[in-house]
Write a protein that binds this ligand. Structure first.
Ligand code: C2E
Ligand code: C2E
Ligand code: C2E
Length: 92
């Protein structure tokens, strides 16, 4: 068999995110801004985030990571490829 491909990254489209009304996207906008601040990464049009961050955001949004991923794809904030980046955990 061939070598395993690395999983696709979770890459937020920051320009699209800024266009989503704050009443929906406020928590994610603040989370992304915090990561940018911690990295000193202010000039990007996109922001790669950790798998762990998606799990944290899912708790904040009271949704499963896969449902939240679908919502972010619907907003245009994540690429459809992000579906394959969501690690499915069998617990719970
Ligand atoms: P930290 O978690 O102790 O990471 C320290 C440094 O290790 C980071 O500094 C970065 O240079 C490197 N690093 C850690 N994990 C990765 C990774 O997956 N990929 C790459 N390319 N580098 C990695 P940096 O970027 O200045 O970040 C400083 C601190 O800001 C981090 O300390 C962490 O506490 C926070 N942070 C930055 N980005 C993220 C993020 O995407 N999610 C979360 N939860 N925290 C972040
Ligand atoms: P990639 O991860 O596929 O990222 C492609 C381009 O998307 C990057 O080009 C950059 O313009 C943008 N990008 C992705 N994530 C972020 C982000 O969190 N913040 C910002 N500001 N921009 C982002 P770039 O910088 O020329 O990097 C080309 C490739 O080099 C990256 O492809 C990646 O494979 C590698 N690379 C660059 N920096 C790092 C790093 O800190 N850690 C690791 N592991 N790879 C890196
Ligand atoms: P990446 O830099 O290509 O790293 C891919 C994966 O390698 C990370 O997935 C993580 O599992 C592992 N990894 C890389 N560097 C480190 C490290 O210093 N410490 C640890 N414990 N693991 C590391 P993950 O966490 O899902 O992150 C996905 C992408 O998010 C990273 O791709 C990078 O583009 C970005 N990222 C995450 N954390 C940081 C950070 O602290 N600083 C920066 N600049 N970028 C980060």
């Amino acid at each position: 068999g061939g070598a395993a491909e690395p999983p696709p990254k979770l890459v937020l489209d920051l320009e699209r995110l800024a266009q989503i009304p704050a009443e929906k996207a406020g928590p994610l906008q603040r989370y992304a801004a915090t990561i940018q601040s911690q990295r000193g990464d202010y000039n990007g049009k996109v922001l790669s985030i950790r798998q762990d961050d998606l799990r944290t955001l899912a708790v904040i949004y009271d949704q499963s990571p896969s449902v939240l991923t679908e919502q972010l794809i619907g907003w245009g904030v994540l690429d459809a490829d992000a579906r394959r980046a969501v690690v499915v955990h069998e617990d719970a």
